[in-house]
Every structure is written in C-alpha cells, then in structure tokens.
Design a protein around this ligand. Sequence first.
Ligand code: C2O
Length: 570
Amino acid sequence: MAPSSVLAVGFVLALFSLSFSTASAGIVETSFHVKNLTVNRLCQNQVITAANGSLPGPTLRVKEGDTVVVHVFNKSPYNLTIHWHGVFQTLTPWADGPEMVTQCPIRPGGNYTYRFNLSGQVGTLWWHAHSQWLRATVYGALVIRPRDGQKYPFVKPYREDTIILGEWWNANPIDVENAALTTGAAPVNSDAYTINGWPGDLFNSCRPSKIYKLDVVPGKTYLLRIINAALNAQFFFKIANHNLTVVGADAAYTNPFPTDVVVIGPGQTTDVLLTANQSPGLYYMAAHPYASAAGVPFNANTTTAILAYPKAKQSTPLLPVLPAFNDTPTAFRFSSNLTALVTSPFWSPVPKTVDENMLVTIGLGISACGTNQTCGGIFGQRMSANMNNHSFVFPTRMSLLEAAFRNVSGGVYTTDFPDQPPLTFDYTNVNNSFNQSLLMTPKLTSLKKLKFNATVQVVLQNTALIGVENHPMHLHGFNFYVLAQGFGNYDPINHPKNFNLVNPQERNTLGVPVGGWAAIRFRANNPGVWFIHCHLDVHLPWGLATAFYVENGGTPESTLPPPPAGFPQC
Ligand code: C2O
C-alpha cells in the first residue's frame, strides 16, 4: 500500500470515533435507526441492514452508574431486537433483547425503547441484533468508563480505541442462514473477516484506502477495547512487534496479563494496554481464526488494520506471525490464565456453597428431517445442536419471559431442562462421533427454574458427537466465575480440588475447551428469564441453548416489574 493511501484513511477514523454525548448527567439517551444501507466490500456493492447508516454501528459511551435509553426504530425489512451483550439488566429483563426469549421482535416499521441501568461493571461490552443472523451487520461497541471520581486500576491510558472484529458475507446473511435452515445443512462460510468494518489489505478491496488505521504517539500507552462480533469465528489477534497487557475482559477487571496474542471468541471482549514503544514504522494488527473443529472447512483469511507511528519510513506494514489455526495450547493458555482483580470495587467473592449443581453436555447432533423433506445434514437429517440432549426451539406465540411473567407457560415452554445428561456416555470419545443412537436429538423448549439468589454451578461438557469443538458459551443477565477448565471428561471427584475459588475470572462468555469442560458458578440474584447459548450463530438456530428462569425473591427489590409501555407484541 502506498503511504498516500495510508494517509487517506483519516476520515474512517473520524467515522468510528463518533459517539453520543451525555444528554444530562447520568442519562445517556439516543436513537438507533435500523435500515438498509448499501456498502462496498470486496469489490462489490451489498445491501446490508445497519444502525444509523454505519458499519459497525454507533459506539455507545457511558459511565458506570448511568441509565441508558435507546429508541430503536426498525426501518428494515426484518424483525429486529437489540441485545446489550453482557449488561446485567438488573430488574430490566424486558430490555435484554433476545428474540422470543425476553421479547417479541420489533416488526418492520415498529419501534421500542430499551431502558436500563449500567451499574457494577466497567470496561467493554457491546450491543447487537438478536434476531436471526442480523447481528452480522447490526452491532457496535458499548464502552463503560468509571464514574466521576473513580479511576482505572491501571496506568491512565493516553488514548482509548475500539477494535471490533467482524465477519462479512458477499451475500445477505439472512439469506445465507435461511438457505441452510431450509435444507438442514451447514451454512456457507463467510468471505472475509473485518476490523472496524473493513477486511484490510490482504483482501482485494478495490478501495486500497479503506483499512482501519490507528495513529500512535511514540512512548504513549493506549487502551484497546477488542470485541469479537464475528458470527462464527474465534480469533487469534496480534500486533506486529508489540506486546499487550490484558487488564479486563467482558467488562470485569483482570490482573494484568502480559501476552503477545489475544484469543477471543464471538461475544467476548478483551481490554489491553498497548505501549507504542517500537521504532517508528507501520505495524499490522491482524486476526485470523482459531478453528478448533478438526476437518471442518473454514475461511482461513486474515483481516488487518494498521498501527501507524509518525514519520514511518516503510510503506508496507510489518505483519505479525499468528498462531496456527488449530493451536489449542495457545488458546487454552490464554483463556485459562486470566484471573480477576479482587481489589476491584465491583468484585464479589465466589459463593462457597452450591444450591444447584448441573452437568450439561454441549455439542452437535442431528434432528429429524421431517416427512416428505430432503435434508442436507449428516445421515440425511438436519444438523442440530443441544445442551443435555435438548435441542432448543424458540417459542412463536409469546416470549419466554412474558409467558413466565403471565404464568401461561402451557404451550410456550416446559421447566424440565435436566440437571444431568439424560444418558451417561464417554462424552469426548471420538469413537462415538457418528454413533447414530447418540446423535438423534429431540427439539424442545425446556428451561431450568432457579430460586432467587440460588448459587448455581454448571459444568459445561463438550461432546465428540459429530466432532469436538470449542463452543463460546454466553450467559445473559450475569457474569459467571470460571472455576476451572480442562480437556476430556469432567471428573467430579478430582477436578473440584483445583477449582479457583479465590480470584477466578468473571465472564459472560467463555470458550469451553475443545473436547473438554469448564466449571462455572453464578448467583441467580436477578429475576427473569436468562438465555444461555453458544455464541456461534451457526449453532444457535440449531438449538445449542436453554434458559434459566429465575423466580422472584419475595421483596419489591427482587420482583420482576411488568413490561414497559410499548413492549412489542407477537
Ligand atoms: Cu451476544 Cu444471546 O448474545
């Protein structure tokens, strides 16, 4: 790339630093107008669905403690909801957003106002559409800074920036999803990955100036807020010649963790400090997939952005060497070495007693094709995915939350999601991968009911059915503590001996090790219906999901209020 074209990207930077001003102290109010937008990527024009005419959508900037009010106007041709990924939504589950879980969609032409408070978390979260695959292009950052008078527990960065990793199809993602769901086969892979909306220099973009560029001042320290908004790709992320220090993940502070590579699954965020301490030059930031499922085709491209020092002499940025696509040891080292900063004002100690102890398998399977249909999945059936052999189906009549609130569960959901796998088998033994007696999975809408304030421990156990894979599991409404992770089958006698009950990382999304398990714990201190699911969008419509229905606690502060005015109806 010519230096002149590098210089020509300044306006792109300006576009992404657009933000909302705080209207009055404590309330951040804005509008999202979601509608068609024609953009050019990979040398072709594509009509996408976008918020406020930009890709990524607007960055929402708040201070801890603020109330957020977002008026969403759906001017798109699709049903729409917006999810505020990682926000606790204390007593506001009506604003959480997953379609048919907490709300019916906003119909084309309709609108809905999301109103919620952001307390008890500082760092980086994000927002995205939670209807079909719309989040491919309807997403943006949610930046939470300390409230006035409070500070970061690390050196004050000179500047902050947001790095959002995304995924791009030369097609309408909704059409890609629907085509796959019609035949029961796997959807086609994306055509590119993106950083702040742009594939970067390693793709033919026909517009060489369109690459994201971060200009740095030598010697200064920057806080980079890295978000993985891709649908189906986990990433290795590096910046050539630069070391990074992780200081937060999923809007929870971590102990400083030095690394040269960040491993980040869809739904996760990682805050890193970067010091511009290298010789003046141009350095690529680059990301390519961590592809944990052996033998499954994936898009192996690399997306890039540029870290630029002033007076750089060379015209070609230096490219970092990324780990191999299947470098599970590197992925595991990164994600199992993060620990919580227990001196954070937002830290609460791990509950030592457990009220609900669950072992939940997560993995793939098949479900019946349907009479008189032809299916493109394995064994001529539909590709399917499940938790404890229940493959989740979204209700159609009413959202789970509304049905729970109105006490009309009949015909909407059941509460028999099992605490243990219905069948015990050697979960991670690849000899079982195509055992048809284990693969067939019923389609169900079953929830797990929890008493208010119950402490819940869930061991997520990957299975080898169809194939082992690292699944980024996301829980709505809570952070969970990650007590331990490992490979193979979970051992309930020996593995708890190594649980970290002192300073485990807190997350809302965790990549459960491929062919392995993770033990997580949380306190169900928020009444509502909270989705838990794989954040790979290929697996969510296949059913890799369930929900926790947390009951009211018996005091006004622990009782679910009625839905707000204008709540969408089905
Ligand atoms: Cu980021 Cu249920 O979603």
